[in-house]
Ligand binder design. Sequence first.
Ligand SMILES: [Zn+2]
Ligand SMILES: [Zn+2]
Length: 172
Amino acid sequence: MVAETHDFDPGGLRLSAGEGRRLELDVRIEPLLVAGERYAAVPERVPAELDVSRMLGGGYALRLRFRAALEGPCMRCLKQASPLVEVQSREVDRPRGGEDLESPYVREETLDLSSWARDAFVLAAPDKVLCREDCAGLCPVCAADLNDLAGEHHHEPEPDPRWAKLRELKLE
Ligand SMILES: [Zn+2]
Ligand SMILES: [Zn+2]
């Protein structure tokens, strides 16, 4: 079993400049709230691949890859949805390389893998979490699940209140 990694010290690999290494590790992705609903990464411990390369001139180039399902209510029909999210993210950390070259996830030589994995997961997640791409959603009038009803579902349009008034006038 691979150890679960929250923080990672690339210096511990003792890479020489230009050298790289690929690591297999498990990251834990904390649940997230989207539009007030709770979504979780599945599995809770996600097997991930971390490539660490020590750059010439100092610092590290990092690449993180994993896939996990985003589980939570479908944004159209509220049934359970779990679209698979493919994550591939790169970070470069070259100390004193200027703002663009300092990764926000590296502090004092330590990589905050949990935060990076979570942010990358959120960025890669679909804008709309759906149980399936063509989910028909709920009827806006009666909230029936339109996926269960084979297309034949509609309501008589509400009579326009102005016409109702006219009809009353005619009856007088
Ligand atoms: Zn749905
Ligand atoms: Zn309806």
